[in-house]
Ligand binder design. Structure first.
Ligand code: NAD
Length: 368
């Protein structure tokens, strides 16, 4: 039987709390593998420090050894990094640097963030039921370019500089990802930019339009980012695939997360051109939320975004779609039964803790 190596990086704050539930769920799915259509491989899971936890022990947010280990793994599962203890550190020493290092070292240029509203959570969204019902969006965010990486950057006396840079190649490869994935969905791509103001966005629009010529069956529209921010809350159902740059994608996907009721619900996958031993992308999977210092250590975090990240990993890095669907169905079943962590609960509803939520998902996994 094939064994796949998975590196887990729990990180800081609620990262270790939600990742513990994700890992238990992965182990559970491996143990009930016999019920899946596809025979499951064995998963060898190794853990390492990242972010503030790594800084405290090793002096750096991620060591060369951990980066090496990540490079050799078939997939990486991450919790979250950062927190107030490290907020005063210079930019290049902060825990968040570990994420940028992982993304650039592993060449993870495409970040996929699905936003689906689960039926039982319609009441948890701050938007009206009739607005959010049926929302199913995939945000495809460029992850290794743009203003987070551009040079020059830094302080120049009383000025501070960051630079937005995109090359044709960088835009092309993310555009291909977006059109390819749109073919498996509703065949609609909205490319989001600020081409009325930014040179980098003019290039973005030109290149996306060029790549589109190879995908005539996909409908392409362009939208300015400010309009997109408004349209997401006005009529989210108009979107299928949104493709956008690093900064806009970061902001828009957090906004879109509220359509789903809570940022704690949303998983993500970061993939690039590197293939693993399954011949699939060797991706990094993580919930989209941060380390949530305000609730860390209280057992109140919603672990479902992390658990759904395991589903994305099973599907995209290992081709185990049936196992992925099982995890998603188990999460849906738990929500249908009214189980709610604090972020999802309405006034008067019983609140379930992080570990108990994970346990309930695993009970459903056995049952389904
Ligand atoms: P955050 O996502 O950590 O928290 C925002 C709000 O959402 C908080 O009120 C928090 O309690 C809530 N929340 C987040 N995840 C939740 C969950 N699973 N269950 C219930 N509630 C949840 O964002 P922030 O407060 O802006 O950032 C906190 C730290 O996390 C910062 O240091 C930031 O740099 C870092 N961060 C890390 C990542 C990452 O590791 N990928 C992403 C974003 C932010």
């Amino acid at each position: 039987m094939t064994t796949f190596n998975i590196l887990t990086l729990p990180g800081d704050g609620i990262g270790p709390e939600v990742l513990a539930e994700a890992v238990l769920t992965l182990k559970q799915i491996a143990s009930v593998g016999a019920y899946c259509n596809t025979p499951l491989p064995e998963f060898h899971i190794e853990e390492a420090l990242v972010g503030g936890a790594a800084l405290e022990t090793t002096g750096v947010p991620i060591t060369g050894k951990t980066l090496d280990n990540a490079r050799k793994s078939d997939a990486v599962l991450l919790g979250a990094v950062g927190g107030p203890a490290w907020d005063k550190l210079p930019h290049d020493k902060r825990p968040e640097q570990a994420l940028l290092k992982l993304r650039s070292t592993l060449g993870l240029y495409a970040n996929l963030r699905p936003v689906r509203i689960s039926g039982p959570l319609l009441a948890a969204s701050p938007l009206k039921r009739e607005v959010v019902q049926g929302t199913d969006i995939l945000v495809v965010r460029e992850l290794t370019g743009g203003i987070y990486f551009g040079e020059p950057r830094g302080r120049q006396g009383d000025r501070a500089v960051n630079t937005e840079v995109y090359s044709v190649t960088e835009v092309e490869r993310i555009a291909y990802r977006a059109f390819e994935v749109a073919l498996t969905r509703q065949k609609k791509v909205t490319s989001v930019d600020k081409a009325n103001v930014l040179e980098s966005s003019i290039l973005w629009r030109e290149v996306v339009s060029q790549v589109h010529k190879e995908f005539p069956e996909v409908e392409l529209s362009h939208m300015y980012v400010d309009n997109c921010a408004m349209q997401l809350v006005r009529n989210p159902r108009q979107f299928d695939v949104i493709v956008t740059n690093n900064l806009f994608g970061d902001i828009l996907s957090d906004e879109a997360s509220m359509l789903a009721g809570s940022i704690g619900m949303l998983p993500s996958a970061s993939i690039g051109g590197v293939k693993n031993r399954a011949g699939k992308p060797a991706g990094l999977y993580e919930p989209i939320h941060g380390s949530a210092p305000d609730i860390a250590g209280q057992g109140r975090a919603n672990p479902l975004g992390a658990i759904l990240s395991v589903a994305m990993m099973l599907e995209l890095s290992f081709g185990l779609s049936e196992a992925a669907r099982r995890v998603e169905r188990a999460v849906e079943a738990v929500l249908e039964k009214g189980t709610r962590t604090a972020d999802l609960a309405q006034a008067g509803e019983k609140v379930t803790g992080t570990h108990e939520m994970g346990e309930k998902v695993r009970v459903e996994l056995e049952r389904l």
